[in-house]
Structures are given as C-alpha cells and as structure tokens.
Design a protein around this ligand. Structure first.
Ligand SMILES: [Ca+2]
Ligand SMILES: [Ca+2]
Length: 204
C-alpha cells in the first residue's frame, strides 16, 4: 500500500530577537516522506493567531521544499511568541505527529540587547551600551593584533559582533544609520552610537 506522509522538517527564524515594528523572517522546510507526490497547506501561527497559510504544490516523494515568510510585528506587544507551523494532513496520512514544528521569537525594543542573563529586559539603558562597548573593544583589540601578527580573520570574527548583528539587525536597518557603512567595526560603532543616542534621549 502506498504511504502518504508529509512533514514540517524545520522552521528557522532568521533572528530570535526582533525590534517591535520590524519584520521577523522565517524559513519553513517541508518534506514528503510518503511514496507519491503531495499537495497540501501549512499555516504559521504566532501564539494562537494565524500569520500565513501557504500551499505546497506537487511535492515529489523524498524531496524537501523551502519557503520564506515574513511576519510584521507592528502593533504587537513585547514578549516571547511561540511560532507554530502546522501542515494539514494529506488523505489517509496516519503519521501526523511530524506535521507541526514549534520555535519562538522575542519582540522587544530596538536596541534592547541585554538584560540579566543575556535576554531582553524591555529597556534600553547603560547595560545595553556597555554590552556592545565591551564586544566592540574586544573586536578592535583583536583587529589590531590581527594586523600585527597576521592573526586569522576567523579569530577576530569570533569576538566581533557577528552574532550581535544577526540578532539585532534592526539597529542597522534603522533609517538614521541605514545609509552608512555597516560592515565590520564601523557597523559595530554605528550600533553603539545608536544606543548612546537612545539612552540619552530617554534620560532627558
Ligand atoms: Ca506526517
Ligand atoms: Ca536591555
């Protein structure tokens, strides 16, 4: 007997921390574990609210397909959102346990990089500034050493703000600094400057 079995293989959030009002991006990978081509829908939910329904057409047996979707966070409250992706079962599918996949995203203020324990604390203050400043100082120091001793670029990047920029890209997309240089240490300085501006505005 021919097997019908589709699955959500993976849902990857491009960033786990998203500034309120910015877009969260996800990549959904579905797979056909059955014996014949399948057409089916999957729906993505943020907590209990449906964000998007997508139709996967004629996915051949044994193959994967990936789709990117965007979730606009304008007007949403700060907090941790559970992102569930659910594929409707195809006819006579019995293994439905793998038809859903869950991940999470935190919506926070742009610039809310760290609170206690390294997670957002819904506040942009000197803790965020000092976190970036420390990383930047390490990156600059390592860059100097790299130039002096031909240290590998890889080692510097371990300390530089690669991860920071992946998770807090909103700062670099902010209109005030969007047009300026974003790469390497210049980008890190742009993040730091943004935070200083934000903190000093809030303090006034
Ligand atoms: Ca299944
Ligand atoms: Ca913070």
């Amino acid at each position: 007997m021919l097997r019908h079995d589709i699955a959500i293989a993976n849902v990857a959030a491009y960033r786990t921390f998203v500034g309120q009002g910015f877009d969260a991006l996800f990549n959904v990978t579905v797979t056909n574990q059955g014996d014949i081509p399948e057409t089916f829908n999957f729906t993505v939910y943020a907590n209990d609210t449906a964000i998007e329904t997508h139709t996967v057409t004629y996915l051949l047996s044994g193959l994967n397909r990936s789709t990117t979707f965007t979730w606009n966070t304008t007007g949403l409250a700060y907090g941790n959102y559970t992102i569930s992706t659910v594929a409707s079962p195809v006819p006579v599918e019995t293994d439905t346990a793998d038809n859903n996949y869950t991940c999470w995203v935190i919506i926070t203020l742009v610039g809310d990089i760290t609170g206690q324990g390294g997670s957002p604390d819904w506040n942009v203050d000197m803790k965020d500034v000092s976190y970036v400043a420390r990383r930047l100082a390490r990156a600059v120091g390592l860059e100097r050493r790299r130039q002096q001793r031909r240290q590998s670029r890889h080692e510097r990047h371990q300390y530089c703000s690669q991860a920071l920029r992946r998770t807090h890209l909103d700062i670099l997309e902010h209109k005030k600094i969007r047009k300026r240089k974003k790469r390497g240490v210049a980008g890190d300085f742009a993040i730091l400057e943004f935070l200083f501006m934000k903190v000093s505005t809030l303090a006034m």
